[in-house]
Design a protein around this ligand. Sequence first.
Ligand SMILES: NC(=O)c1ccc[n+]([C@@H]2O[C@H](COP(=O)([O-])OP(=O)(O)OC[C@H]3O[C@@H](n4cnc5c(N)ncnc54)[C@H](O)[C@@H]3O)[C@@H](O)[C@H]2O)c1
Length: 276
Amino acid sequence: MGKLSGQTAIVTGAGQGIGLSIAQKLAAEGAHVVANDLDEGACAEVVNEISARGGSGLAVPGDVTAPDFGERAVGEALSHFGDLDIIINNAGYIWNTSALNHTDEQWAAMLDMHLTAPFRLLRAAGAHFRNEAKRLISSDQPLPCRKIVNISSVSGIFGAATQISYSAAKSGVVGMTKTLAKEWGRYNVTVNAVAFGHIATRLTQPYEETPEEITIGGRAHKVGLTKQHITQIQEMTPLGRTGTPDDAAGAVVLFCYPESNFVSGQILVASGGLEM
Ligand SMILES: NC(=O)c1ccc[n+]([C@@H]2O[C@H](COP(=O)([O-])OP(=O)(O)OC[C@H]3O[C@@H](n4cnc5c(N)ncnc54)[C@H](O)[C@@H]3O)[C@@H](O)[C@H]2O)c1
């Protein structure tokens, strides 16, 4: 029996990086994992891997910024597993340029990705949480403690040059988290966020001269950091190193355990101690 045995968790962006580690950790604790990613193949692979280890999962591939994604993901979780206990709003990518070179399209895409899409997923789930709370209260049954963990960034807490839209969206995640913690406490839902510092994934991969490009929604985006920049960050980080996806996922999963049932509206910075 794991700590999350029989619970159902939606993890967006579970195909690789931090989301993959989160999905693996939740499954290892016995949760049914509803794994989303833009990459259909990666999504199926996560679920196959979870099943091969004796866990249970369901792939819900697709773009979280699609207006109907929230309703679809919640609907699939409920129809396959009967309830929904945990939501991790993790999917994301970066689109960086200086503020003066930011386009309206770029601004809207980052807000849509990092703030609107998580909001829509939470709104869809919230309707279920409210209905279940009413039903259980009216029949004098205890409410289970449900968990939401939103993903922010040190960029959203302290700001980061070249990331005005990303930083604004990740800052918005803080406001959304604190507001929902106030609104949904009555349904026994805890709402917290983790703001990551430098974590080694494809978004932060080292490059010498030319950054890698990833394609999201038909657009190519440069990702990665120069080796020199990575060394500078590591030197400024009290723990002296870059975080791993496992480090990042560990901070998220803390908010899913029953030990954190009285913790809500909190933003945990997982950055190896770096505060800037
Ligand atoms: N890596 C870091 O240093 C760092 C720091 C702070 C915050 N973050 C945040 O952590 C989260 C995970 O990032 P990561 O570093 O693991 O990146 P990653 O690129 O390794 O993984 C992100 C996953 O999200 C998926 N994705 C992207 N857009 C999507 C969409 N529209 N719909 C569905 N899936 C989508 C991608 O396909 C990918 O599998 C993001 O929200 C990111 O902003 C990362």
